[in-house]
Every structure is written in C-alpha cells, then in structure tokens.
Design a binder for this molecule. Structure first.
Ligand code: TRP
Length: 390
C-alpha cells in the first residue's frame, strides 16, 4: 500500500489517514471559525483546538442551541471492551453541551453491532456493556435530558424502528458504504444505527440533532441522512461533528485499542498512567538532552503534548507555553510526559470517584430509560400502533 492510500470505514481504519482528503471523499465540510465561535462559551477545547475539525449540517443545531430551542446530541458506544480515554471524550463533550445549552443527549449502546463484529460471546459483550455504562453514567448526565438505550435490552423500541428504516436501505448502499458485510447482522446494523440517530426526533418531535463522532463513523450518518431525506418519516437529517482520532501512545494517526502500545484505560490509577506514558509515549523530542536543548523538539508529533492540547489541558496559556518551550528546547520530553501524566491522572481520578459513587447499575439506569409513553410516541411516528398488538 503506498503511503497516500488509506481506508476509513466503521469497521476498518488502515493506512495514514489524510483528514482533508477524507472530507472530499465523504463530502463533509471543514469547520469554519464562525461555526467554532457559535459553540457555548467558553468553547470546548476539542472544538477550539480542532480535534472536532469538520461537520455536516452543523448550523441548524448551533442556531437551536443558541436560541434555547429543542436540539439533541446522539453519542453512542459499541461495547467491545473496556473504555480508554479516546472513547470518553465525546461523552464529556456532550455533557459540556448539556450543561451550557440544555442539550438533550441520547446514548445508544450497540451490543448487537459488536457481537456481529468481534469474536466475543453475547455474555462477554454484555459484561463490557455494563462496565461501559458505569463509565458513561460517571460522566454525570442529567436524567431529565438524557436517554440511554441498549439495543438488545430495548429491542421493543429499537427493532420496530430499525425494521421501518431497513426497508429504505438497499444492500447495494450497504456494500458501497461499508464494504461487503461479513454476515447478515452487519448488513442490517446500519438500520439500527439510523434508529439511534433518529430516535431523539421520533420521541420528541422534529428538531436538529448532532452526532459528534470520530470520522470513521461518518458512513453511518450518511446512510441515516439518506433515510431521512426520503421524508417518509417526520425527521430532519441529523448533522455530524467529525473528530480526528486521538493519538495512541505509539504516535499520531495510529489510534487503536488493539495496537501494541497499551491504551490509557479509564480504570487506570495514577501510577499506571505515569508508567504507561513514561515507557510508551512517542515523543517529538531529540535523542539527547543536549541536542534537545540546542535544537528543540516538535510538539506536533509529541503524544504527551497532543493529549494535553486536544483534551486534558483547558488553559490556552499553558498549552501555548508548553509548545513554545518545547520548540525552544527549554522544556524536555521527560518533563512534558510528567505534566501530561499528571493532567490525565487528575481527570481520571475525578471520573473514577464519580464511578465509584454509583449505586447498583440497574437502579442508576432507571431514570435514563425511555418511558412507556416515549416508546409509544416513537412507534407511532413510524406508523406502528401505540400499544403494540396485545
Ligand atoms: N458504532 C459506534 C462504534 O462502533 C457506536 C455507536 C452506536 C454510536 N450508535 C451510535 C456512536 C450512535 C455514535 C452515535 O463505536
């Protein structure tokens, strides 16, 4: 494979991803300075510093958020294993929107998808889902404005809606968008994810929905937008806010939880985080301290710097100072690693405290589940009888 070839689908990310060319391929637009400035103040670092770098149909969402009109975010999780720091940032972004703009947040958990995809039993996936749910609850969403849906457990609502949408998606579209699916589950799954993305509107009425996701998930949004565009159902096309991948410890552009370098897990304690970063983080530093002091390092490829820049250091002043001092050679790789390790450990400690304070999972989930009335409303909006057939 030549270096400029790359593949990005929900099921495979290969090669060196060229984020700009990807936008041409996918037909999405780079965020403008004007759009960035419309996010609630202070604009979240992920937006301000360009991790969320592109989108489609962002303006209706931003306008509704600004005007205090109904608007929602859908941000889900495929429970294939323990969550690492790269998995959790969309949830913290959603929480920021909810706090600042009163955003309604829907969190679908696609246990079915991960079962179709990975060689794990349904029991294993279910264990991951329950652990992941604790992490999602630890983010601290407002149950009044947040709904959590698990595909297999909420099949009474997911399946009828997915059935309605599956009839609108051809096999040719699925093949062209995802590559030939390995099994009929994966063939059908795009209808399930379309259900996730349209659910807020089916429950609460037509309104702008935004899906903040890593760019590899954009195909799901495109398929869903095609379904919505047919106007058989009372929904607008959801918009997307697309992110680059957070770097893995091995280096930028190689985000994967199955790569060789360990991931930073949400359950890691301070010492583990420090050890992982000190031992494994790829740096933009020079081979010797003397050389580094003389020529300086390169923050643009330095993983500890990138982690601080994208999410873990809120202060622009500090981030800019780190970059400047690193380039000058006065800040050393080892020092930057310690700074990043501490910032990440601080964040995780707070997350873990909220996680530990949670009661029994089912009890905690109860106020986040769709009510019977909400389920009936969503079913009726696709033309199914209110109370089922019984
Ligand atoms: N498909 C996503 C993944 O593999 C998980 C997911 C399911 C999701 N439904 C979603 C993400 C809706 C965003 C919005 O990680």
């Amino acid at each position: 494979m030549s270096t400029d070839e790359f593949t990005v689908t929900p099921y495979a990310v290969e090669g060196e991803v060229d984020y700009d060319r990807l936008l041409d391929r996918f037909g999405a637009d780079e965020l403008t300075a004007e759009q960035r400035a419309k996010f609630p103040d202070p604009v979240h670092p992920l937006v301000r510093r360009g991790v969320f770098y592109a989108g489609r149909d962002l303006d209706p969402f931003l306008a509704a958020a600004d005007a205090g009109e109904p608007h929602s975010i859908v941000t889900g999780r495929g429970p294939s294993g323990p969550m690492h720091v790269g998995h959790v940032f969309p949830f913290y972004f959603a929480k920021y929107m909810q706090e600042r703009a009163g955003t309604t947040v829907y969190v679908p958990i696609s246990d079915d998808e991960k079962y179709f995809l990975k060689e794990q039993s349904l029991a294993e996936i279910t264990d991951h889902a329950r652990e992941n749910l604790r992490d999602i609850l630890a983010v601290g969403f407002d149950p009044e404005r947040t709904r959590i849906v698990l595909d297999t457990a909420d099949a009474d609502i997911v399946y009828p809606l997915a059935t309605a949408f599956a009839g609108e998606i051809t096999q040719a579209t699925v093949d062209a968008t995802y590559g030939d699916p390995e099994n009929v589950g994966l063939s059908f799954y795009p209808a399930v994810q379309a259900t996730h993305l349209l659910l807020p509107q089916l429950v609460e009425g037509r309104h702008p929905t935004l899906v903040p996701i890593a760019v590899d998930q954009d195909p799901h949004v495109r398929v869903c937008r095609d379904v919505a565009a047919k106007e058989r159902y009372p929904v607008d096309k959801p918009g997307a806010l697309l992110s680059k991948f957070l770097p893995s410890l091995e280096g930028p552009g190689k985000m994967s939880s199955s790569a060789d370098a360990p991931s930073l897990l949400l359950t890691d304690d301070r010492e583990t985080i420090r050890e992982k970063i000190l031992t494994h983080a790829y740096t933009g530093g020079r081979t010797s301290v003397a050389e580094h002091r003389e020529h300086g390092g390169d923050p643009s490829v330095d993983v500890p710097y990138q982690l601080l820049h994208s999410f873990f250091e809120d202060s622009d002043d500090r981030v800019e100072r780190f970059a400047a001092e690193y380039r000058e050679g006065t800040l050393l790789s080892g020092e930057l690693k310690e700074i990043a390790a501490e910032a990440i450990a601080d964040f995780l400690e707070a997350h873990q405290q909220r996680r530990a304070a949670l009661a029994d999972l089912d009890e905690e989930l109860a106020p986040f589940r769709l009510t019977d009335e909400e389920r009936a409303t969503a079913r009726s909006r696709v033309g199914l009888p209110d109370g089922g057939f019984g």
